[in-house]
Design a protein around this ligand. Structure first.
Ligand code: FA5
Length: 351
């Protein structure tokens, strides 16, 4: 046989191999392999014929033959992989029956878990979720919430201003609390209203174990006829018991926020020492047995008026809670900064 005939035979074998592959799975990959690549297969016999070809022409033909063999093996391996073979794929170095690499599962951030649990509790009580912007106007963050310009209560929340002006020419700001969503919701919707609004808030504050300059709050607002402080107490008590367990107790301490009257700070009984820290002082509640979690109160008539709600007809309550403080209690985290450091040892504890 001369070199030209040998090449023609190789080309014919490759063509008929392609036809067989196209017919798979009618022709099984194993049968095709045996027919073309087996010890007495078409290609093996052709390679054996190389010995009859003059030495100087043999080398390039051998390379052509080997390339064709590798190509056929690769195609057969692909075919077996697609069919999902029960045994190892021979010759390709790939054993599809081996177990795969373990794929580590991520987990939700403790703040997300906390927020989800809080939102679930309020969903059961019929609250839906509302949202508002993070870059806010002075009007929504302060003025409509009964903080007139230059009111000293504005200093309770040190504000970050941004280099943008609102329509009235006032500097825009990073919202200092989620309470502006109360105003945005009431201006867009007729009463009754029953919403919660979670989100990020910012204050120019020194950072320590229980304070951050960028943290999360969840706002609550309920407006209807004859809503009173008693409804607020029942709602928050029901929520806290759902979240922390039925033994959790709630108490209301008088407080001041311009947008509610009366106003209260709400404390939950310390879930760590259960108020029994006489011998060893509990580091979380500092031995008081109570932990402050949120501000709340009955919506001030001036706020209702700013939203064109008639205070003679409608009343309501509002509350604003720090989500970080709840996460710390739920997961026994003693320093808020741990929530922002992305230390996997902390993140993996929460599932
Ligand atoms: C307010 O922000 C009011 N808007 C809450 C409110 C809403 C009152 C509706 C009445 C009616 P205050 O500044 O106390 O209130 O913050 C509320 C909660 O946010 C606090 O109880 C605390 O849990 C959390 N918080 C406050 N400052 C920080 C801070 N720097 N870092 C982390 N959490 C904070």
């Amino acid at each position: 046989m001369n070199a030209t005939t040998w090449k023609e035979k190789l080309s014919a074998i490759r063509d008929s191999f392609s036809v067989s592959i196209a017919k798979s799975p009618a022709e099984s990959p194993e049968a095709i392999e045996l027919h073309f690549l087996g010890r007495k297969g078409e290609l093996a016999l052709l390679l054996r014929d190389l010995k009859d070809i003059p030495l100087e022409e043999r080398k390039p033909l051998g390379a052509l033959g080997n390339a064709a063999k590798q190509e056929m093996e690769a195609k057969l391996a692909g075919l077996k992989g697609a069919a999902g073979p029960a045994g190892p794929v021979t010759g390709s170095g790939l054993d599809l029956t081996l177990p795969g690499w373990p794929f580590p599962k991520g987990s939700l951030h403790p703040l997300t878990v906390t927020l989800n649990r809080m939102a679930e509790c309020f969903a059961k009580l019929g609250f839906s979720i509302a949202e508002g912007p993070i870059i806010e106007e002075d009007y929504f963050n302060f003025e409509a919430l009964n903080f007139p310009p230059f009111h000293p209560a504005r200093d309770m929340q040190d504000t970050f201003y941004v280099d943008l002006k609102d329509a009235s020419g006032k500097d825009m700001l990073l919202r200092t609390h989620t309470s502006p969503v109360q105003i945005r919701t009431m201006k867009n919707q007729e009463p009754p209203v029953r919403i919660i609004s979670p989100g990020r808030v910012f204050r120019s504050e020194a950072v320590d174990a229980s304070h951050s300059f960028a943290f999360h709050q969840i706002e609550g607002l309920y407006i209807d006829k004859h809503v009173s402080m008693a409804d607020l107490k029942w709602t928050l008590e029901t929520f806290m018991k759902d979240l922390f367990g039925s033994s959790a107790k709630v108490r209301f301490m008088p407080s001041y926020f311009p947008f509610v009257e009366p106003g209260a700070e709400v404390e939950v009984s310390c879930v760590f020492c259960r108020g029994k820290s006489e011998t060893v002082r509990c580091p979380v509640c500092k031995g008081t047995g109570w932990i402050e979690l949120l501000g709340a109160g009955v919506v001030h008539p001036n706020v209702l008026k700013a939203c064109n709600y008639d205070p003679a007809k409608w009343s309501g309550f509002a509350f604003g809670a720090g989500i970080e403080r709840f996460a710390m209690l739920l997961f026994g985290i003693s320093d808020m900064r741990m929530l922002y450091e992305n230390d996997l040892r902390i993140l993996k504890q929460v599932q």
